[in-house]
Design a protein around this ligand. Structure first.
Ligand code: BGC
Length: 347
């Protein structure tokens, strides 16, 4: 009997020690406004807890000073690793310096943290590939190598403060540029450069307003539009809204996207958006949790790219997950069969 008590005591002591030792991880997400960051935050929290970590999760309402403050508080609260999806990649320098001083490791999540030495790792999807998937879809859908054209296109890209936005844009433009140069694709608004087509904060209403202006100026007399290349789903939604209210031309243009947000997946099913790019947040979260564990156990950290992501101070060792093409034909297989959404989510 005494032995059992002694064993119990040891077990309880061991348990309380493990609880006391549970290390804390900070997770800083940009906003709750967009579906994806809510999902990313939720998965990160769930998976980190499953792995035995304490979690401090914050959303920053797309406000840079709020995010700076939240990350500094995580460091003050003894987080050993902070995982940050930045609102604006270059604005968290003071927090990153503070992390380095206290030996706190920093993982840039999905979006690269720019202009700082104090970024240890980067985990994301292959952002350039997202763009090439979109561009290649347009190329194949219009059969650009064989069809005569010319085809008419407009372009909407992402937030200039988000390093990813240029990769998405460039990936798609690198596929389509030869056809634009050859006159097989025309852009009546004349807006083709990244800075002309960007959407600050990725907001749907900002993209919608610009699309309305373009439609009024260039398509008011029923002119046909074949494609609206959009870098992601929040901007695609704005463009779709603008087209629904203002497009009087023949047919319905191809609209591209990224993220497979619920509203956009519904639009794909309804034939309003041609495609999206699925980036399974569960895969990214699982990878980051693995990296956090490796950092805290002093193990070698799993990366698969040590060349691409230069943040102007250093090339940040990165792990790139694979983005997947999605449309109305394969959404069931990749979104429903995988348990990402239920049929009801998409009703
Ligand atoms: C992400 C995209 C997302 C966009 C807007 C980008 O950094 O990689 O998945 O659509 O931000 O939130």
């Amino acid at each position: 009997m005494k032995k059992i008590f002694a064993l119990l005591l040891v077990a309880m002591l061991a348990l309380s020690c493990t609880a006391a030792l549970a290390e804390k991880v900070g997770v800083s997400m940009p906003t709750k406004d967009l579906q994806r960051w809510n999902q990313d935050g939720a998965y990160m929290e769930e998976k980190l807890k499953e792995a035995g970590f304490e979690v401090e999760l914050q959303f920053a309402s797309n406000d840079v000073p709020t995010q700076l403050n939240q990350v500094e508080t995580m460091i003050d609260n003894d987080c050993k690793v902070v995982v940050i999806a930045a609102i604006e990649g270059s604005s968290l320098g003071t927090a990153l310096d503070k992390a380095a001083e206290k030996g706190v490791k920093v993982i840039a999540y999905d979006r690269l943290l720019m202009d700082s030495e104090n970024v240890d790792y980067y985990a994301t999807f292959d952002n350039y590939k997202v763009g090439t998937v979109q561009g290649t879809y347009v190329k194949d859908a219009l059969d650009l190598d064989n069809a005569e054209g010319p085809f008419v296109m407009e372009i909407t890209a992402g937030d200039p403060g988000d390093n990813n936005a240029r990769y998405f844009y460039q990936g798609a433009i690198d596929v389509l540029k030869p056809y634009m140069d050859a006159g097989k694709i025309t852009v009546p608004s004349g807006q083709t450069e990244f800075d002309q087509v960007a959407t600050p904060t990725w907001k749907t209403d900002v993209a919608q307003k610009r699309a309305e202006d373009i439609l009024t100026a260039n398509y008011a007399n029923g002119e046909k539009l074949d494609v609206w290349l959009c870098s992601n789903d929040s901007t695609a939604l704005g463009v779709t809204n603008a087209l629904e209210a203002n497009y009087a031309g023949d047919g319905w243009p191809i609209i591209t996207g990224q993220d497979c947000d619920i509203a956009n997946t519904k639009n794909m099913i309804a034939g309003k958006q041609a495609m999206s790019v699925f980036k399974d947040t569960r895969t990214l979260a699982a990878q980051v949790v693995k990296m956090v564990g490796q950092i805290l156990n002093g193990e070698e950290v799993d990366v698969n790219d040590t060349e691409t992501y230069d943040n102007n101070k250093k090339v940040v060792p990165s792990f790139l997950c694979d983005p997947v093409f999605a449309n109305a034909e394969n959404y069931k297989e990749i979104l429903i069969d995988s348990g990402y959404y239920t049929e009801d989510d998409l009703k």
